[in-house]
Ligand binder design. Structure first.
Ligand SMILES: Nc1nc2c(c(=O)[nH]1)N[C@H]1C(S)=C(S)[C@@H](COP(=O)(O)OP(=O)(O)OC[C@H]3O[C@@H](n4cnc5c(=O)[nH]c(N)nc54)[C@H](O)[C@@H]3O)O[C@H]1N2
Ligand SMILES: Nc1nc2c(c(=O)[nH]1)N[C@H]1C(S)=C(S)[C@@H](COP(=O)(O)OP(=O)(O)OC[C@H]3O[C@@H](n4cnc5c(=O)[nH]c(N)nc54)[C@H](O)[C@@H]3O)O[C@H]1N2
Ligand SMILES: [Mo]
Length: 758
């Protein structure tokens, strides 16, 4: 028997080693230096060669026979498999026709999504680079993760990096912090993930047991770390509690007037609002308690405690992924500013402890090898979460960050490395939107819902089937990602697919610069190595790095903007209009948005359903990735995604543990498997994202469809956080739940669609 060859690779859930099995599959084991490998690693073997891998280029029959055009048959028609030349000829011809007839603006290439780890084969970068060589494309801006904060933070602290890029490490927190006040809690389930990967998982263990007192404010006990105190809050009401905490600091003179006058502007306006001068409502704990469900005495006591030592106020990204999502972030900053500890070690404001592994990690902040995308000759963009609005309303005007913009008229959608039928809200509406373009091209490794909604599906390799360089934000290592498996079927990497298209459009040389994939890895590595050498860091040559399998990234001196600013507010001002932290922004106020006025405010929201639904990140996979893997499959209840309900809510509806339920509101419905637990607040249900969308006729409601598998995005509302950010607001919605008594439809999302040979 040949000896096993274990090779290094990495994924968004961490670096690991892999070896090919005799039967063509793969086995995996953690990186030897990883103190806490991700549970998501267990999905890899089942995903690599799953039946849902796309084997050959496939074309929707109606598009193949009838030609391009709007169609409601997407994801309803059958697919025909064709050879690569046929598929590439057809796609290149449509790209060319659209750019000639309608201009490159009519091509939407935003292609949002996480794809896979790997600096070169990053699908979205490859697609952007390709589209730029053929005249450009309409792009998307910001992300689903913290897209609301990306627009707000520059107004408040001058840049989003000031907050997001330089979080104190967990070691610093452990050393200096007396109290962490965590809005959204510190859910460790999120902390094995970081974009591009993480070699040593240290944040998850730190967050699980920070060794520091924690006030964990969230509707779920799963978000509370060891020794933490649970403040069970009504979803969507954190701002009321934050304002009440601020009001106590103000009323009891516990705020740092020196910091507020030296480093902030607009505190007087905010303080007037806290006192009720503008609206007649003082934001006292007694005012907040009935809104947020936390007793007034508890709020008062917490405020006093916050002022008595070093306090880190932190807000998970989930809180800004909601209507009015700017407010809990801005109010959190205002609260931290009143405590006067912004820029001090272990104090001030944090954003994303409990959201992502890199927040609080200790790896260096440094520039990684990056595929250059080149300039995009088209300047048209959309805020990323406005995809359905754009496709449905060409020409319509909308607000964004003080600008009035109009949606382009999109004829061709080209997607590589993302799954809008995972990430977007109100999937029934998204289906109507995806009926509008003339052509939808998707590169996918698996038959995801987005692949099924395409006209042309081009089979992509996974990281295990190619070579790459890998490292994540604040990672400690650069991994030489070796190839482990042969490509499945006729799958090609995105670089090779796009080289084929570039060739047909006369742009091959511009796209490839004459390099092979291996040539690019060496080129990107060498360029990066030269840059680091210029900064005094000597790294091995490519061949040595490749043979070693990894290298340790050099430590870098850090210069966090808020630390510098605190030390010298005049000499090192922030990039805000005032140069200071803006607790009132004249600029934001001047936009006149009722859903994001000039300072943090409580925006009451209409309750439109008996239960709050939290659609948070899944503990068992990365978004939709890995849903066919063992860890995700084993978590299902009656083959559906588990929904967690409080015992009182379940009893009131006659719902029993393990049964199939129907979750519904006026936008849609899905089936899910009931889990009953007092670890959620009464009135709150939790259905994580990521079960592959499985639309089927609803057996009990003729003419309607339901998702048979449990994707919460059939229920979420496709609205922006506000007119300021236009950010994703998918984290929460309102629903009702009932026992499902109809004939039970089987889950079909985990089997490939019927395929015919041309
Ligand atoms: N309701 C609700 N919805 C949400 C959220 C929420 O909190 N609530 N969170 C949002 C957030 S924060 C995010 S980031 C998004 C995530 O949304 P996405 O990033 O779109 O989700 P993924 O499932 O990671 O999709 C990546 C796709 O890329 C494919 N892929 C992997 N490697 C390759 C490759 O090499 N080439 C190609 N061509 N394809 C590849 C995978 O098969 C997968 O289908 O979801 C958002 N949606
Ligand atoms: N295992 C795993 N980890 C992941 C991901 C994944 O798919 N799987 N995705 C990664 C990505 S792309 C991102 S952007 C991050 C996202 O990081 P987050 O957006 O922060 O993560 P979520 O799990 O969606 O939400 C965190 C917690 O917020 C709480 N919460 C929801 N609404 C409210 C509210 O109104 N008030 C309060 N106080 N709490 C509330 C919920 O209880 C939830 O558990 O996660 C990353 N980590
Ligand atoms: Mo995200």
């Amino acid at each position: 028997m040949p000896t096993e060859r274990w090779v290094p690779t990495t994924a968004h859930w961490g670096a690991y080693q892999a070896t090919a099995d005799a039967d063509g599959g793969v086995r995996v084991r953690p990186h030897p230096d990883d103190p806490a490998p991700s549970p998501l690693l267990g999905n890899v073997p089942g995903v690599a060669r799953h039946d849902t891998r796309v084997m050959r280029p496939a074309i929707r029959r109606g598009w193949l026979t009838g030609g391009p055009g709007p169609s409601s048959q997407r994801a309803r028609d059958e697919f025909v498999e064709v050879d690569w030349d046929t598929a590439l000829d057809l796609v290149a011809a449509q790209l060319d026709r659209v750019r000639v007839e309608s201009g490159n603006e009519a091509i939407f290439g935003g292609s949002y999504g996480w794809g896979s780890a790997g600096r070169f084969h990053h699908a979205q970068s490859q697609l952007h680079r390709f589209l730029n060589t053929i005249g450009g494309y309409t792009s998307s801006r910001n992300n689903y993760s913290f897209g609301t904060s990306q627009v707000l933070l520059p107004h408040v602290v001058g840049s989003s990096a000031a907050v997001l890029g330089y979080a104190d490490s967990w070691a610093t927190v452990r050393e200096h912090t007396d109290l962490i006040v965590a809005f959204g809690g510190l859910p460790t389930k999120n902390l094995s993930v970081s974009p591009g990967g993480v070699t040593r998982h240290t944040s998850a263990a730190a967050a699980a047991d920070p060794g520091v007192a924690v006030a964990s404010i969230s509707p779920l006990t799963a978000d509370v770390p060891a020794g933490g105190r649970w403040y069970s809050i009504e979803p969507g009401t954190d701002v009321a509690m934050q304002l009440a905490l601020a009001q106590v600091l103000l009323a009891e003179d516990l705020h740092d007037t020196d910091f507020l006058s030296r480093c902030c502007t607009g505190f007087d306006v905010f303080a007037g609002y806290l006192r009720g001068e503008t609206d007649g409502v003082p934001k006292t704990p007694e005012w907040a308690a009935p809104i947020c469900g936390i007793a007034a005495g508890d709020i008062r006591e917490l405020a006093r405690r916050m002022a008595s030592g070093r306090t880190l106020v932190t807000v998970t990204w989930s809180l800004q992924r909601a209507r009015g999502g700017e407010q809990p972030v801005w109010a959190g900053i205002a609260l931290a500013a009143m405590l006067g500890q912004i820029g001090l070690p272990g104090g001030g404001f944090g954003h994303g402890y409990g959201s992502m592994a890199d927040v609080g990690d200790e790896g260096p902040v440094l520039w990684l090898p990056t595929l250059p995308q080149g300039p995009n000759p088209v300047s048209t963009f959309i805020p990323v979460a406005r995809i359905a609005d754009m496709l449905l309303n060409p020409g319509a005007q909308y607000d964004y960050n003080g600008q009035r913009l109009a949606y382009p008229d999109i004829r061709l959608v080209h997607w590589a490395g993302g799954n809008p039928f995972h990430h977007h809200q109100d999937l029934n509406r998204l289906r109507r939107a995806f009926a509008r373009p003339e052509t939808v091209v998707v590169h996918e490794t698996h038959w995801t819902a987005t692949a099924r909604h395409a006209d042309v599906v081009l089979p992509a390799t996974t990281t295990l089937e190619r070579e790459d360089l890998g490292a994540g934000r604040r990672d400690t290592h650069l991994t030489a990602m070796h190839r482990v498996l042969d490509p499945v079927g006729e799958a090609r990497d995105d670089f090779s697919i796009l080289s084929g298209l570039a060739e047909r459009l006369g742009a091959r040389q511009r796209f490839t610069e004459g390099r092979s994939a291996r040539g690019w890895l060496e080129h990107l590595y060498d360029k990066w190595r030269d840059q680091l050498r210029a900064q005094g860091h000597e790294l091995p040559d490519f061949d040595t790095f490749w043979a070693d399998g990894e290298l340790r990234l050099p430590a870098m001196p850090e210069n966090p903007p808020l630390v510098r600013f605190r030390e010298d507010p005049e000499g090192d001002p922030l990039h805000t209009p005032s140069g200071r932290i803006e607790l009132h922004s004249a600029k934001v106020e001047s936009f006149g948005y009722e859903d994001c006025p000039g300072h943090p405010v409580w925006l009451p929201q209409e309750r439109r359903g008996p239960l709050h639904l939290i659609a948070n990140q899944p503990p068992t996979r990365l978004h939709g990735q890995g849903d066919v893997g063992a860890v995700s499959r084993e978590s299902k209840v009656a083959s559906r995604e588990p929904i967690t309900l409080h015992p009182d809510d379940a009893a009131a509806r006659g719902i029993t543990e393990g049964s199939v339920v129907r979750v519904f509101n006026d936008r849609g419905s899905c089936l899910a498997g009931a889990r009953i637990s007092d670890r959620v607040r009464p009135g709150v249900a939790v259905l994580p994202t990521g079960a592959w969308f499985d639309p089927q006729p609803d057996p009990q409601h003729p003419g309607q469809e339901l998702c048979a598998h449990g994707n919460p995005n059939v229920l979420t509302e496709d609205v922006p956080a506000s007119r300021l950010s236009q950010g994703c607001a998918g984290q929460r919605t309102h629903v009702d739940v009932e026992p499902f008594t109809g004939p039970l439809p089987e889950v079909t999302a985990h089997t490939p669609p019927p395929l015919h040979r041309a």
